[in-house]
Design a protein around this ligand. Structure first.
Ligand code: HEM
Length: 507
């Protein structure tokens, strides 16, 4: 202390310096984990690791380049979080299916607040199993068949919107139009509300929904928590203030009012109605994926908060993803006129101008091949994740407890070993014959295993219905404004940065 007083350093400077030094040593130690375990990967950037690269190159290109350079397993750091990037279908199967009990949970970067902790996407272990068991029956074939009239109505509005916006040979932006359509489908299938978000721009419900999905601010909170995990609690508290999020009260009230207003005389076919009727006890349909062993929660119904937050995941998990699949479908139709004609031929032969039903649409063979190929090249989620519960050894490598394991869907779907000539758009890759020749886990647009996307059936139905309605009325064509190839946003979702500009001709 006497030496310090001699060189006259104020205590506050000394304290700050010591904190900085400790943080630096902490990150250096964390950034050595993969090297100590012998897993290949790039030298991490101080503090930020891969988080420095992601905003520059974007998730898709960063993962693609790393996997090209280091192979199918790459050790990186997101901030100081050790993350294993994987694009090896065998390893994905071993971890995400065979060893699911060790890889049940997603990493919780931001500590979920009390309300969000009821969401199926972030719930952990037995509580996740309970929620999944209660919510999965919403997406059985029977329930989706019942929901189809809601989707048909939104498809009708979609066609009207395209007609209106393309008047006088105008260029339309399918990114905008598809996002309006997806919003309408969610409002009706989750909440039973009829909205045309394309024409009702100031609808209060829609503006709250858009606010709940605002991602830029969330990204900053995520970045801080990934770099310094001990900041989780502070960031969580901030995140919930009305300036940054704060949509919880609005949606809780909406759900509470809906539940009060419902009376038994009117038939409702939406998510809120289905889970209120506690469907898991009376609808164990053949095609619902329900995890086993969800012990102690089973006997009770969902609470109002659980219904509210899980109706919100229709927005957070189902909005951008489905809107990307609809907009890129239109893009591929315009880019490949021969394939568009083939699809039109199938639609005309099967349906003509009749209203598409669930069963007819889901049985259309070429439509299925086409949508599968769209979701290969333009898989909306570039990645999906799990957290290792325990140390796990795989192919002679140790994955340490708490590490993130991330499947790089964008890179996997372009790996030439599984997808010869990967940049070519070719729906024939998905014929039964060609599928049988390929690794079954080389195609993962909806994830894999017991935690696979719960809304997959709804997303496919919605996308296919939209395509059929659109092609019954129009043909898509590229124009001077169409960006070829599309430039992607840099985020985790594969959105087109500058929209998807196309023209249509009437049929
Ligand atoms: C084309 C559209 C969609 C795509 C590409 C997509 C993709 C995904 C992916 C990759 C996952 C992670 C799976 C995993 O970790 O193994 C996921 C999870 C999830 N998705 Fe989707 N999704 C889509 C539409 C939807 C829709 C419409 C809904 C809701 C209505 C939805 C609800 C969810 C939920 C709740 C989860 C978390 C499941 C759980 O943790 O058990 N998704 N989705």
């Amino acid at each position: 202390m006497e030496i310090l007083s001699l060189i006259n350093i104020p205590y506050w400077i000394l304290t700050i310096s010591l904190i900085c030094l400790s943080l630096y040593l902490y990150t250096v130690w964390r950034h050595g984990i993969w090297k100590r375990l012998g897993i290949p990967g790039p030298k991490p950037y101080p503090f930020l690791g891969l988080l420095k690269q992601l905003p520059i190159d974007g998730f898709a290109a960063t993962d693609f380049n790393l996997i090209q350079k280091y192979g199918k397993v790459v050790g990186v750091y997101q901030g100081t979080r050790p993350t294993l990037l994987i694009s090896d279908p065998d390893i994905v199967r071993d971890l995400f299916i065979k060893d699911f009990s060790n890889f049940t949970n997603r990493p919780d970067v931001i500590k979920p607040d009390k309300f969000t902790s009821h969401s199926m996407t972030v719930a952990r272990d037995d509580y996740w199993k309970f929620l999944r068991t209660k919510i999965s029956p919403t997406f059985t074939t029977g329930k989706l068949r019942n929901m189809t009239p809601l989707i048909q109505r939104c498809c009708g509005d979609l066609v009207d919107n395209i007609k209106k916006q393309s008047e006088g040979d105008s260029v339309i932006d399918m990114k905008e139009i598809a996002s309006g359509f997806t919003m309408d489908v969610i409002c009706s299938t989750a909440f039973g509300m009829q909205v045309n978000s394309q024409t009702e721009k100031d609808n209060q419900f829609v503006s709250y929904a858009r606010r709940a999905m605002r991602t830029q601010v969330k990204a900053i909170f995520f970045l801080i928590c990934m770099t310094f995990p001990f900041m989780k609690s502070i960031m969580t508290a901030l995140f919930e203030t009305p300036q940054f999020g704060g949509t919880e009260h609005f949606f809780k009230k909406v759900v509470s009012d809906i539940l009060k207003d419902r009376n038994s005389s009117k038939i409702h076919r939406d998510f809120i109605q289905i889970v209120t009727e506690d469907s898991s006890t009376n609808d164990k349909s053949e095609d619902t994926e329900v995890p086993q062993g969800s012990s102690r929660f089973h006997s009770r119904a969902l609470t109002e908060d659980e219904i509210a937050v899980n109706s919100l995941i229709f927005f957070s998990a189902g909005f951008d993803t489905t809107s990307i699949s609809v907009s890129f479908s239109a893009y591929c139709l315009a880019r490949y006129p021969d394939l568009q004609d083939k699809l039109i031929e199938e639609i005309d032969r099967t349906l003509g101008k009749e209203i598409p039903t669930h069963d007819i649409v889901m049985k259309m063979e070429y439509l299925d091949l086409f949508v599968s190929e769209v979701l290969r090249l333009y898989a909306p989620s570039t990645r999906f994740f799990r957290e290792a519960r325990e140390d796990v050894s795989i192919n002679g490598w140790l994955i340490p407890k708490d590490a993130d394991v991330t499947v790089c869907v964008y890179a996997l779907h372009r790996y030439p070993e599984y997808w010869p000539d990967p940049d070519t758009f070719d729906p024939e890759r998905f014929t039964e014959e060609n599928k049988a020749k390929r690794h079954p886990y080389a195609y993962l647009p909806f994830g894999i295993g017991p935690r696979i996307c719960v809304g997959m059936r709804l997303a496919l139905l919605e996308t296919k219905m939209a395509i059929v309605y659109m092609l019954q009325n129009f043909k898509f064509v590229t124009c001077d404004e169409t960006e070829i190839p599309v430039i992607f946003e840099k985020g985790f979702l594969l959105r087109a940065e500058n929209g998807i500009k196309l023209k249509v001709t009437q049929r």
